[in-house]
Design a protein around this ligand. Structure first.
Ligand code: UDP
Length: 351
């Protein structure tokens, strides 16, 4: 198949502004290439993706949905890159197009194409206009939606969840080094924005006496300033936004990863990346992590917001076998298996 992947319009691939979508798209493209498909990516100007042809499109980035409230109207900035990317879709040859944007326009455009446009939804339910469009799509086309976890799909209600293909996620575990001997340091990895709950991880670090290695894009500079006022040590802990190669090195050295979402996490790429390095995961049972972490085997989960419970879990890190975490990552997040699931989903939309 000629598969066209239409990236997120919130920023260039490689910038970190797209969050987990960036790694997901990169891994999905490789997984489909390995199965013999011809993959092309359309993405905002400045995007890079080694080994995959990328058509870049200039334009104003789309505002992020995380900052909107449920009833906000749809926003389309003048000169917006999203509309331009979908204009580019019209001039490309393809058999199936996968939309990675969490936006109204690609959903709305779906019936206007004579070939299947399918949607990989990257977040849980946040805004009413999107829920409405997703419901309409499922009524007209039964197989067009995919999401990463059951918990994510259920945030849209049972009707949408039932019509959604759950594809999980996958990575090339060989890109992640196994680190048997961790340093006495905890990790926190992700976009620095309120929904990711960095403050909770810093509280756990203070309570347990471990330093915290913070890695990720500063998505919300005001939030980061607020965090640094509350936790001045955060400035020293911060390692920046790292490439996957550097990230896995720094993450792999840590005793555990803390995952502290304040929203229903769609999947949690950082969970599978930590496990691939052999790093146990301690986090809130909220969305994806609840389906990815095996209690007592690859980490521990506590109720959302239970900072004391997380601090308690830190005292039990030694009970987790790091080698076992790596093995579970190899089995659960196999890139080949991910590619096969995506291919099956796409196939259902071609018949
Ligand atoms: N990430 C990265 N460099 C960093 C920190 C994070 O490339 O320094 C990437 C990480 O590999 C992961 C993404 O940021 O793919 C975060 O994705 P996740 O699914 O955990 O959360 P999201 O941002 O989608 O809410």
């Amino acid at each position: 198949m000629r598969v066209l992947c239409v990236s997120t319009p919130v920023g260039a691939l490689g910038s970190g502004l797209g969050g987990g979508v960036e790694l997901t798209l990169a891994n999905l493209a490789v997984a489909l290439q390995q199965r013999g498909h011809e993959v092309t990516v359309i993405a905002p100007a400045g995007s890079t993706l080694p080994g995959v042809p990328v058509i870049t499109v200039p334009g104003v980035p789309q505002p992020i949905a995380q900052n909107q409230s449920r009833q906000d109207p749809i926003t389309m900035p003048a000169g917006g890159v999203l509309g331009r990317m979908w204009q580019a879709v019209r001039s490309q040859p393809w058999d199936v197009a996968i939309n990675f944007a969490y936006d109204w326009l690609p959903l709305y455009l779906t019936p206007f194409f004579d070939r299947p446009v399918v949607h990989l939804v990257s977040m849980g339910s946040l805004v009413d206009y999107l829920d409405e469009m997703l419901a309409q799509i499922t009524q007209t086309y039964p197989h067009r939606l995919a999401m990463h976890t059951r918990a994510q799909a259920l945030t849209f209600g049972s009707a949408i969840a039932q019509a959604t293909t759950i594809i999980g996620n996958g990575l090339d575990v060989r890109r992640y080094d196994f680190c048997p001997q961790p340093a006495p340091v905890l990790a926190w990895v992700g976009r620095i924005a309120p929904e990711k709950g960095l403050g909770d991880a810093l509280t756990v670090a203070r309570q347990t006496g471990y330093p915290l290695r913070i890695m990720g894009k500063i998505h919300d500079p005001d939030y980061w300033r607020h965090i640094c006022t509350q936790f001045p040590e955060a400035t020293d802990y911060y390692r920046g936004f790292l490439s996957t190669d550097e990230l896995q090195k720094q993450l792999g050295e840590c005793a555990a990863l803390l995952v502290t979402p304040h929203w229903v996490e769609a999947f949690g790429n950082v969970v599978m990346e930590a496990l691939a390095c052999g790093v146990p995961v301690l986090g809130y049972d909220l969305g994806g992590p609840g389906e990815l972490v095996r209690a007592g085997e690859t980490g521990w989960l506590v109720a959302p917001g239970d900072v004391a419970g997380l601090a308690q879990a830190v005292t039990r890190i030694d009970q987790i076998d790091r080698q076992h975490c790596r093995r579970v990552a190899e089995q659960e997040f196999s890139l080949a298996a991910f590619g096969a699931r995506v291919e099956q989903w796409l196939g259902r939309n071609r018949s």
